[in-house]
Design a protein around this ligand. Structure first.
Ligand SMILES: C[S@@+](CC[C@H](N)C(=O)[O-])C[C@H]1O[C@@H](n2cnc3c(N)ncnc32)[C@H](O)[C@@H]1O
Length: 339
């Protein structure tokens, strides 16, 4: 996540009429992020981003291929007018999600759902690359990118960039890639918000709570359970207490139908003793299964492989959350759990 292209990005957005009351720095956890450059009162403007600086990469109902190809077109075009924006995107080795995670990590999910999800992405991108997608596909590579050579790695990268950086607004339901705003890191409880982007040519990022100069500016990407955050964004959110079950382990969630608007309950499970016993058995079975699955890669020294560390940390958090919820049910039932 380079910071050297930021000055040119800010100058470009301001030249197009934008306002930015923020700056970019590396945060305490080592990630690039957005920080208030002055005190901003509640409802004050963090940034106002002109439409001309925003990349509109598709509609909410279109397939993944549209944002992927729209991003790729700008990335491949040496004369793109978005050059100040594309220059600050993370480099291909600086971001990871299901679009571009190497297949050697697939078995580290230890979850049928997420393994299939990653294989599906691989398959879709390979199909797009070969031109064998079904007739419902909106664009071919040549239609959008022309004759420029495109590798499968290019598609994986463009897919990862678009899916980790787009946003849509309540009124304007497009996939929007908005510079400056897209530098805000996730915090589930974050109060800062986007305007509806419906009455002017500016997308406004507003302070939902007062900001002091130097505060990191967050945005809530949604309820994001750990496994969902790793698959979609390639990071682990702040650890919470009580530990949150992975999306795939949650009792009332089919991960395939997860929506930010209707996230699974945050409350520990409760019910009749019979229901609690059944739930405890269900969680125990998952716990034992995850514990029993062998590691698919040899151990790596911490700090040498970001994705390996991320997947191991995800597994450790998943097991810790299962242990907590199993023990919670056991104590409500007045028994002891045999982990
Ligand atoms: C929209 S960007 C946010 C800005 C990003 N840090 C950057 O410099 O380009 C989303 C990406 O930022 C990172 N990110 C967002 N929130 C994070 C957090 N709370 N902790 C660590 N990384 C985070 C993830 O890599 C995610 O895919």
């Amino acid at each position: 996540q380079p910071t050297d292209a930021i000055d040119a990005l800010f100058a470009w957005v301001r030249q197009l009429g934008g306002t930015i009351n923020a700056e970019v720095k590396v945060n305490k956890d080592g990630f690039r992020g957005l920080f208030a450059s002055q005190d901003i009162p509640e409802n004050g403007t963090i940034a106002s981003i002109p439409a001309a600086a925003i990349m509109n990469v598709g509609g909410l109902n279109e397939s993944f291929a549209v944002p992927t190809l729209m991003v790729l077109r700008e990335f491949k075009d040496p004369n793109t007018r978005f050059a100040p924006y594309t220059a600050m995107w993370p480099a291909p080795d600086g971001l990871v999600n299901s679009c571009n995670m190497h297949e050697k990590y697939i078995k580290m999910w230890k979850s049928e759902y997420w393994e299939r999800n990653q294989r599906d992405w691989q398959y879709h991108l390979e199909s797009l690359h070969k031109g064998t997608l079904n007739p419902d596909i909106e664009y071919t590579i040549a239609e959008v990118v022309g004759n420029t050579p495109v590798s499968i790695e290019d598609l994986q990268y463009a897919c990862a960039i678009s899916s980790t950086r787009y946003v849509s607004t309540s009124r304007r339901q497009r996939l929007l890639m908005a510079p400056i705003f897209d530098l805000a890191n996730h915090d589930r409880d974050c109060l800062h918000l986007l305007g509806p982007y419906d009455v002017s040519d500016f997308l406004t990022f507003l302070a939902g709570a007062p900001l002091k100069k130097g505060d990191e500016i967050c945005y809530s990407y949604g309820a994001l359970r750990d496994d969902y955050a790793v698959a979609h964004y390639g990071f682990l959110p702040r650890l919470e207490y009580p530990p949150r079950l992975a999306l795939v382990d949650h009792p009332d969630q089919d991960p395939a139908s997860y929506s930010h608007d209707q996230p699974p309950s945050e409350q520990p499970f409760t019910g009749t003793p019979e229901e609690m016993r059944t739930e405890m058995e269900r969680l125990l079975a998952i716990y034992r299964q995850v514990k029993a699955l062998p590691d698919s890669l040899p151990p790596q020294p911490k700090g040498t492989d970001y994705t390996y560390d991320l997947m191991k940390e995800l597994e450790a958090r998943r097991l810790a959350a299962l242990e907590w919820h199993i023990s919670d049910l056991a104590s409500k039932l007045g028994t002891k759990a045999e982990l």
